[in-house]
Design a protein around this ligand. Structure first.
Ligand code: C2E
Ligand code: CA
Ligand code: CA
Ligand code: CA
Length: 279
């Protein structure tokens, strides 16, 4: 038995053991954060390309870890998905984003639509529409102020089921967007069946703008397709004035990126806003 144990241990290299230990640590810490108020939402403005006004904001989760500070979602969303923690985490995000939209409304900032990211795993939960409805009811957030961003890959399999889920969500009055568009392999013929309002053009294409012709051709094609289908387009990861002008010229409706603002805490966003209005 000892030998066998030895062999098993040998199967896990010290590096793998380290990785597993780290994952377990993240899982435990994350679980604690979800239950004890350790998560934060930052908000990034999305600008109307024509008017230059803020058209909506995207909520992006951060983990306020006492030791590591604000942890990026790139470091824990994957683990949250693997462990199922994405379900309670996602529910917290929905509630908090709706509560914030309601607070902005009550404080006189007006109607600010808030976009929330849904992971594939959440999208497959059979009671997702009930969770969304509950968040709206509980917070008093008008349903048209909530937008849900779904990645291309999560809506593809199986298509009929995804279609039903999307229909149940839109019947609540929320709006749907397809996130990271262009990185998956969505069938364009299916796209027109989906009750979505917006396509978010992935950052990688925006990055390519101006540096190679392929980037431009792709953005151009996506915008043309969206227009044909009556969908709005949002470009992610806009970092330069040059990219913004290019995107506006190609007919992209909305722009999001560091050029305008990083994602930030609600108070910082309000200050940024006030600064813009003051000129
Ligand atoms: P995403 O949905 O594609 O969100 C956009 C990401 O790009 C954000 O990273 C944002 O900070 C970053 N970004 C925005 N503008 C720029 C720019 O001009 N340049 C560059 N280089 N990056 C920019 P963040 O906040 O680290 O989030 C990463 C990903 O984590 C998100 O990608 C999303 O997939 C996921 N995520 C974030 N919050 C949630 C959440 O509440 N639930 C779920 N399921 N996933 C989330
Ligand atoms: Ca997103
Ligand atoms: Ca995205
Ligand atoms: Ca992305």
């Amino acid at each position: 038995a000892k030998d066998l144990g030895g062999n098993r241990l040998a199967f896990f290299s010290p590096h793998m053991t380290e990785v597993l230990t780290e994952r377990l640590r993240v899982e435990a810490g994350l679980r604690h954060a979800i239950e004890h108020g350790g998560l934060r939402l930052h908000y990034q403005p999305i600008m109307d390309a024509r008017t230059g006004q803020v058209s909506s904001v995207e909520a992006l989760v951060r983990w306020a870890d006492p030791e590591r500070g604000l942890v990026s979602p790139l470091q824990f969303i994957g683990i949250a998905e693997d462990t199922g923690l994405i379900v309670p985490l996602g529910e917290w995000v929905l509630n908090e984003a709706c509560a914030q939209a309601r607070r902005w409304l009550d404080a006189g900032w007006g109607e600010i639509p808030v976009a929330v990211n849904l992971s594939a795993r959440q999208f497959q939960e059979p009671d997702l529409d009930r969770v969304v409805d509950r968040a709206l009811q509980r917070t008093g957030c008008p349903s048209h102020l909530l937008q849900l961003e779904i990645t291309e890959s999560s809506i593809m399999e199986p298509v009929e089921q995804a279609l039903q889920t999307m229909q149940r969500l839109t019947s609540l009055g929320v709006q749907l967007a397809i996130d990271d568009f262009g990185t998956g392999y969505s069938s364009l013929s299916q796209l027109k069946r989906f009750p979505v309002r917006k396509l978010k053009i992935d950052r990688s294409f925006v990055n390519d703008l101006g540096s190679n012709d392929r980037g431009e051709a792709l953005v151009d094609a996506i915008v043309a397709l969206a227009q044909k289908l009556g969908l709005r387009t949002v470009a992610e990861g806009v970092e330069t004035e040059h990219q913004a002008q290019w995107l506006a010229r190609l007919g992209c409706d909305e722009l999001q990126g560091y050029l305008f603002s990083q994602p930030c805490a609600p108070q910082d966003l309000e200050n940024w806003w006030q600064g813009r209005v003051a000129g």
